[in-house]
Design a protein around this ligand. Sequence first.
Ligand code: TXA
Ligand code: MG
Length: 307
Amino acid sequence: MTEKLSADMAGLTHAAELLKAGDVVAFPTDTVYGLGADARSDDAVEAVFTAKGRPSFNPLIVHVDGLDMAQELALFTPAALAFAQDTWPEPVTLVLPLRADAGLSSLVTAGQDSVALRMPGHPIAQQLITAFGGPIAAPSANPSGRISPTNAEHVLSGLKGKIAAVIDGGPTPAGLESTILSFLGDPPSLLRAGTYLPKGFALAETLDNAPTVPGQLASHYAPSAPVRLNATKPKTGETHIGFGPIAGDISLSVSGNLAEAAAKLYATLHEMERVGATAIAIAPIPQTGLGIAINDRLRRAAAPRNA
Ligand code: TXA
Ligand code: MG
């Protein structure tokens, strides 16, 4: 049984109690829904890996309610601290050296001596972390390799019966995962393109070149149906997803707005899944701004499947 909780004080209090008991709870963030567990508990974190079917070598992002909690977990250089102060709660995750006394389960970091930290910019997520009173490890709340969830129904369609609860906070505003920056080196490097657009970091060069981020492996974010990219016209049997002047059967954004397309991308792919589309073709998306993150996810959705 998976409980659907309301995004009010009663729902949040109950969700925090479930987390304290070591249960797994999905919750909305500004980007996508996360699958949360007590980041200090081996058993709770293991339950996240089991529910998702996620390989244990793929580390999880730890969610904090602010810089105080973050600094108990990781070592911040002055540059990393200044960046976080200026930027959080924008959707950007920082990879930093793990503190020896952080107290996190080693499953969270997959045994690495670094940790990925993020302060979600969604009131429900922030209130949940504060009510729980500690760091929450949370990958996206989808079965490993599949489309990330942007509403509570998506979470349930993938994980119903496998997790204790989901907080229903409606659709997530951004719709694409956070940007990941590694502050292990100087200058920092981009590990995953996302909703936050970094200024002054080598963008395209580092995108295809992050072997320590398994989420960056080719096949990911994938619907069951095969996906064809840069399709100005559909072939027989394909459902056509449009953008801008290319109308398609359904459009990511009729006006060609990239933020709208990012917010709608996963919901549209989930809808293809729900209606049983057998082949999907997607119109070209410009490789600028948010289009970089959208095209990154689309390439992975279209990549040959692992098995
Ligand atoms: O927007 C988001 O970031 C969402 C919401 C729920 O916060 N979370 C999310 O988590 O996308 P997940 O697990 O689906 O993706 C996290 C990525 C993975 O590719 C993982 O390999 C990488 O972060 N990661 C985690 N810890 C890392 C570390 N110490 N070093 C490098 N990469 C790390
Ligand atoms: Mg994910």
